[in-house]
Design a protein around this ligand. Structure first.
Ligand SMILES: [Mg+2]
Length: 275
């Protein structure tokens, strides 16, 4: 009989982590049940590899993770080999779009051509990013270690922004408006890494049927939630709830962040008779 195996993909800010305090303790019981049952919990965030590193350590998570809104997947060396979970901390990073230097070179070039006023993380120091975001200088430094997407502060007119957007589209790049920054990246989203990883799990364990669970709270989670078998929409205090266009199995939580995570995951585990 084919063994059913859950894979859990989760957004971090506002989903597993509290929107304001970044605390995850409310989800600790579910996380420990998932660890007991050897169900991979895969972070899928807009954060960078360096930013996710500490959280992974704290949660003793040794599974792959997806960074920069689906831009790259980081897999522990040997993870999909036959010998089981790896002991080393080294990661293999696979980027789905153009690499950071190529991306920032393009941005510099079109800025010079058009004389637009904007500053990307590459133009800024750790200190200035810290001042703009409220992060500590060490945190800002981790946010600046990027693989494939560039946050930028737009300092030009709305009209120039439209031309800039058109120019990016012509170069097959995307621009997404975030809270404080615009994010420029290649044509990928949070669903990309899920498909890639699911294929790797299938290849490694061909006798298992993988069921993907996705949890997210924001518009940038939409494609991720539409691509999984069970979608959990976490209630968010500061934004309108994510609307899904597909008929995935959807759970809407009535609690915010990790509390909602805990409740929804308890429901999912009960469905599959997982203790
Ligand atoms: Mg979020």
């Amino acid at each position: 009989m084919t063994k059913q195996q859950l894979l859990v993909f989760t957004d971090l800010d506002g989903t597993l982590l509290d929107h304001d305090t970044y605390d995850w303790q409310a989800a600790a019981p579910a996380l420990s049940r998932l660890a007991q049952a050897e169900i991979p919990v895969i972070f899928n965030s807009s954060k960078t590899q360096a930013e996710i590193y500490n959280l992974r350590q704290t949660l003793s998570n040794r599974h792959p993770f997806i960074v920069e809104n689906g831009g790259a997947v980081c897999v522990p060396e040997g993870y999909f080999s036959a010998s089981g979970l790896p002991s080393s901390d080294s990661l293999k990073v696979t980027c789905f779009g153009r690499h950071y230097t190529e991306l920032t070179d393009i941005l510099k070039q079109i800025r010079a051509e058009h004389g637009w006023k904007f500053r990307g993380f590459q133009d800024l120091s750790d200190e200035s990013v810290a001042a703009l975001t409220g992060l500590s200088v060490a945190q800002a430094s981790r946010a600046r270690q990027r693989a494939c997407s560039e946050p930028l502060v737009w300092e030009d007119s709305e009209e120039a922004l439209n031309t800039f957007t058109e120019q990016l589209e012509a170069l097959k790049l995307r621009i997404v408006r975030g809270g404080r920054f615009f994010h420029v990246m290649d044509q990928f989203d949070k669903a990309e890494g899920i498909m890639w990883l699911k294929n790797h799990y299938k290849t490694r364990w061909p006798d298992r049927e993988f069921i993907c669970v996705g949890l997210g709270d924001g518009p940038n989670d939409q494609r991720m939630l539409e691509s999984v078998d069970i979608a959990v929409v976490i209630k968010a205090p500061h934004q309108t709830p994510v609307k899904l266009n597909t008929h995935a199995d959807v759970i809407h939580t009535t609690e915010y962040g990790p509390k909602g995570w805990q409740t929804a995951m308890t429901q999912v585990l009960a469905r599959y008779d997982i203790p």
